[in-house]
Design a protein around this ligand. Structure first.
Ligand code: G3P
Length: 219
């Protein structure tokens, strides 16, 4: 399973990319606002940090405006990085129309705010490169989020659909394990959850005791 980082915090992306585990980045307007940086500042740097798909979201609601906005974003990125841009488009009829056109024009799309397998199927039919089902928000709403990942993986597998499934709105390390067990293509994970995935008290205790014992035998 590929691991994307779900943040627009450039320091966090830089640090965690240096561990050699990142395959891509997803952002959204909320994450950009949290980063305290302008959209321009983020896109000026983010492509240097990770060589993989980087999702940036459009805010327009009409398909022709979404397409214009998407092409405007692509135009701002240096040519050598344009292969890595994925335009995040909301799951609406207008969004699907935009996905169809962008797909025809060779621009990658990531259909976001997906909360059902039917939405994922329609996004894939329109030509989405990625779909992003939001697991944590379904859990928050009293519905088992991971269930729709199971359904989407089964449907996409039945028809050899090439659209990749990004498990999004991940809240804790168990979500990551469940996504991997279901064969999801990608999990996009907030930095704090990635840090939790690394930690184990027995690892820390093991290092401490090895260092202590080494003191007795070195020389
Ligand atoms: O990738 C989607 C994600 O950013 C949404 O997460 O925690 O706001 O539901 P959350």
């Amino acid at each position: 399973m590929k691991i994307f980082i779900d943040t627009a915090d450039l320091q966090e992306i830089k640090e965690i990319a240096s561990w050699g585990i990142l395959d891509g980045v997803t952002t959204n307007p909320t994450l950009l606002a949290k980063s305290g940086r302008s959209f321009q500042e983020v896109i000026d740097t983010i492509f240097d940090l990770v060589d993989g798909p980087i999702s940036l979201e459009v805010l327009s609601e009409k398909s022709d405006e979404m397409i214009k906005e998407a092409k405007g974003i692509v135009a701002k990125i240096p040519q050598k990085y344009q292969k890595n841009i994925a335009i995040k488009i909301p799951m609406t009829p207008e969004g699907l129309k935009a996905v169809k056109t962008l797909c025809k024009d060779g621009i990658k799309t990531n259909v976001t705010l997906i909360f059902s397998a039917n939405q994922a199927l329609l996004a894939a039919k329109a030509g989405a490169t990625f779909v992003s089902p939001f697991i944590g928000r379904l859990d928050d709403n009293g519905q088992e989020g991971m269930k729709i990942i199971e359904e989407i993986m089964e449907i996409f597998c039945n028809y050899d659909i090439e659209t990749e499934v990004i498990v999004a709105s991940i809240r804790h390390p168990i979500h990551v394990i469940d996504a991997a067990r279901l064969g999801a293509d990608i999990a996009t994970i907030p930095p704090d959850v990635i840090r939790k995935m690394i930690k184990h008290p027995l690892t820390d205790a093991g290092i401490k005791s090895f260092l202590k014992d080494w003191e007795k035998v070195k020389k």
